[in-house]
Ligand binder design. Structure first.
Ligand SMILES: Cc1cc2nc3c(=O)[nH]c(=O)nc-3n(C[C@H](O)[C@H](O)[C@H](O)COP(=O)(O)OP(=O)(O)OC[C@H]3O[C@@H](n4cnc5c(N)ncnc54)[C@H](O)[C@@H]3O)c2cc1C
Length: 262
């Protein structure tokens, strides 16, 4: 069984700011991390690998520095890594990105299970996984919290309104994973990091994956970003002091003033 996990390197979003003049993200000096949803996707794949002996490849499209997330995945137990890196990919929207990734997956050879994070914490679209499934014309199961496979089918637990749903489909298939709110990412061991250096890691260009240049970058991207801007700053809250009775009466006054109470 062959598994591919798609990993995206993202800016640590808690520290990302928008330049109010240009409306673009200020990335300078912002540390990059593995998208947390992808970390969870990788953990699920490592579990299946441990159970079935599956071969696990990781794939990332990004600039040279994105190789760091591949090295992390190799240190955690993935078998090989591919960085898809080429100026031809610059400006790609989710449609072009999923096309490029699907071309790389084709080049990797027979793939039974593809696992992506539900979404990237910088782009937030949750479109790339479904886009890859579309380009490869395979089944997709999204928003999964648990993933299991015996090499013939994949069984997942999906998060739905008010509960969970168990679903399965025959392989090949693509799964996107969401994660528990209290998920804590694991760090690689010293030995894991040491052995990662011997594992195969390649960089592929658009030409290497036989991608049609017209389907990449801005030319291959039907989406146009109109404007990015930070939300207006919220007014500071007021702090009231007093006895419980005084505070309750103050709240009632405010609710009446706002016509919430009559
Ligand atoms: C018009 C336009 C131009 C853009 N130009 C640029 C640009 O020049 N440079 C730039 O960095 N971004 C650019 N973007 C953003 C880029 O399109 C998205 O970052 C990318 O398509 C992934 O979408 P997302 O972040 O919403 O990921 P989601 O769809 O939310 O991600 C879901 C999952 O897909 C997988 N995934 C997503 N992206 C990758 C990846 N790169 N490699 C491996 N797996 C991945 C991961 O498993 C991830 O968890 C542009 C977007 C638009 C609309």
């Amino acid at each position: 069984m062959n598994i591919v996990v798609c990993l995206k390197q993202v800016p640590d979003s808690t520290q990302v700011k928008v330049d109010p003049k240009t409306g673009t993200l200020i990335r300078a000096g912002v540390p990059s991390i593995l998208n947390p949803y992808d970390h969870y996707a990788l953990e699920r794949a490592l579990e299946i690998k441990a159970k079935t002996g599956a071969a696990l490849a990781v794939l990332c499209m990004g600039p040279a520095q994105a190789a760091a997330v591949i090295r992390l995945a190799l240190a955690l137990g993935a078998d090989k890594g591919v960085l898809l890196s080429d100026r031809a990919f610059a400006g790609s929207d989710t449609w072009a990105t999923s096309y490029a990734l699907s071309q790389a997956i084709k080049k990797l050879g027979k793939t039974d299970l593809i696992i992506c994070g539900q979404m990237a914490i910088d782009g937030d679209t949750a479109q790339t996984g479904p886009g890859i499934a579309f380009h490869l014309n395979i089944a997709q199961l999204t928003f999964c919290t648990a993933v299991d496979s015996d090499g013939k089918k994949v069984t997942v637990r999906k998060l739905i309104d008010g509960g969970h749903q168990t679903m399965e489909t025959a392989l090949p298939a693509l799964v996107t994973t969401t994660m528990p709110y209290d998920y804590k990412a694991r760090y690689p061991s010293f030995l894991g990091a040491f052995h990662a250096q011997e594992k195969p890691m390649q960089t592929w260009t658009a030409k290497d994956v036989d991608a049609d240049p017209k389907k990449l970058g801005l030319e291959g991207s039907p989406t146009r970003v109109g404007r990015i801007f930070p939300p207006p700053a919220r007014a500071k809250g007021e702090v009231f002091n007093g006895s419980p009775a005084e505070l309750a009466s103050k709240i009632v006054d405010i609710l009446k003033k706002e016509s919430i109470l009559k």
